[in-house]
Design a protein around this ligand. Sequence first.
Ligand code: DGL
Length: 261
Amino acid sequence: MKIGVFDSGLGGLVITRAFRETLPEYDYVYYGDTARLPYGEKTSGQILSYTIEAIKYLIEQNCGLIIIACNTATSITLRYLQQRFIPTFAPDIKVLGVVIPTVEEAAIGKTSRVGVLATNATVRSHIYQAELQKINPALEVFEVAAPELVPDIESDNFAAAEAAAGEYIHAFDNIDSLILGCTHYPLLKTTFRRLVSERVRVISQDELMGAKLHDYLRRHIEIDITLSRGGSLRVLVSRLNDRYRQVAGRLFPGIDIEEKP
Ligand code: DGL
């Protein structure tokens, strides 16, 4: 069995790279639903049906452990998938998301005012606020939607993305931690670190997910022993174009990117 990584587009490749840096021996299959990005602007019903389709596809590709790298899909679907869909459809498969590991990381240390930047759908779900306050009910959480960032990053317009980031950051007042709650934002982490004061800890998922997966596999030997170790990576997308080839090639030089049939 392989490790599947799902994202609405190519942003999750940054997380996949982090997994492979920490755990290079496993076999990975990445699936990006590039034809239907951005999920952050879709209805919850659409996000659920697209994510179920993606999970089924990754199971067909022989994935036994699937990580939803997309914050939007995690926010809207993970609870349903883990509690309803997977137990009946594929009880041997494990599906994990990115919100809980991020929240655990954010709650470490001294923090009292946490900012969360994410897509519209993630903010609408209030999952970050709910999960952070489960760990520490006294935390003040400020969730802000940043709908301009994904399209700017997707179109390689980093000047516009940086300008938009500068505007969004004004929405946070006196925070001590900032969660970058979207697959695409690690690509702007240097910008965010420059924009906020030195007192603010910027939490970027590419810097924590490798260690979190490592820890999960160590605690779940029964899953770990089912995973093959060939060090391979397949990258599949629902729509392929030159731009996606270029982005994937930048992150994984020489990678062959395939379109889902
Ligand atoms: N992958 C999404 C997320 O992490 C961002 C892109 C999208 O809106 O589809 O929330």
